[in-house]
Design a protein around this ligand. Structure first.
Ligand SMILES: C[S@@+](CC[C@H](N)C(=O)[O-])C[C@H]1O[C@@H](n2cnc3c(N)ncnc32)[C@H](O)[C@@H]1O
Length: 281
């Protein structure tokens, strides 16, 4: 089926994530996103939470936040999404990258945006959801200080944009709230720092020291603001306590798989979770 037929045939009652680019990063990270919501309400009370997501794509992560709210919070919660849903890769740098080319095509045609709208329409508990379509550097500056319990950063992963997104997000998190993000595959103390610095304008590269792939922009920007952070399978987070940023533990969180995942995503998340569960903190 081509993309136009996919959109025409969507079932209004069901999320659509059965597309090879629907869940872009490791599915396990969605468990820890829900874990972050669990953490904020783990003492009971199901207090309402305001979540800001920067970079929503098809809405897979947005749906995970909404499931976290359904499990641990209440309907007076809100999810605000910021995304330009427009091509954003610098093709002079990423022109040879098939992954970037596929994303650009899905953004250019508005397929990604239409699937996001569809997926948002399937959120059952009618919690408050809204989205702002525009570049984060233009939207975040218009949001008020300390409004959000969770700010999740998952937009452009090259250095300058991540640095700007973190810089604004720090101001937007309430005391006691969490700043977090996707795609911290490696932290700065694990990698060849010079190599990372020289390639920080690139999206995804192989670190010569570990032989592992990582996003240098995310690794460097996160480290510049926070040093070493809490990180579980590449989902990173810090909690704001009395204006200090502190690590926290998700060791005791419930393990819940996203309802909107396909079997394939769940299998991947389960096998990854089994690999790392003994080393979680
Ligand atoms: C990695 S995807 C987000 C994936 C999503 N969080 C998920 O897990 O399902 C990155 C998204 O960021 C958006 N984006 C990239 N640069 C942006 C910018 N400067 N401002 C706003 N959105 C941006 C892209 O349009 C894309 O939808």
């Amino acid at each position: 089926m081509d993309n136009i037929d996919i959109i025409k045939n969507l079932d209004k009652t069901k999320p659509y994530l059965d597309h090879k680019n629907a869940v872009l990063s490791a599915p396990i990270r969605h468990l820890f996103m829900m874990g972050a919501v669990w953490y904020l309400n783990k003492n009971g009370g199901k207090k309402p939470l305001n979540i800001l997501e920067i970079g929503s794509w098809f809405g897979a992560s947005t749906l995970s936040w909404s499931q976290g709210i359904s499990l641990y919070s209440n309907k007076n919660s809100s999810i605000t999404c910021v995304d330009a849903w427009k091509p954003f890769f610098d093709m002079d740098v990423h022109g040879d990258n098939d992954y970037a080319k596929e994303m650009e095509a899905l953004l250019e045609s508005d397929f990604a945006y239409n699937i996001f709208l569809h997926n948002m329409g399937t959120i059952e508990d009618k919690m408050h959801t809204q989205h702002f379509r525009g570049k984060s550097e233009n939207i975040l500056t218009q949001l008020k200080d300390e409004q959000y319990d969770v700010v999740f950063i998952d937009a452009d992963h090259t250095y300058e944009p991540v640095k700007k997104d973190i810089g604004e997000s720090i101001r937007l998190v309430k005391d006691g709230g969490i700043i977090c993000g996707d795609d911290l595959n490696l932290q700065l103390n694990e990698i060849d720092n010079n190599f990372a610095m020289n390639n920080k304008h690139k999206d995804f590269i192989k670190d010569p020291l570990t032989g592992k792939n990582f996003h240098p922009g995310v690794t460097i920007a996160v480290s510049e603001y926070f040093g070493a952070v809490s990180s579980w399978g590449g989902f990173w987070a810090m909690q704001k306590n009395n204006n200090k940023w502190e690590k926290f533990s998700l060791k005791d969180m419930e393990v819940v798989y996203p309802n909107h995942f396909t079997e394939k995503h769940i299998e991947k998340a389960k096998s990854h979770y089994n690999d790392i569960k003994d080393s979680l903190y």
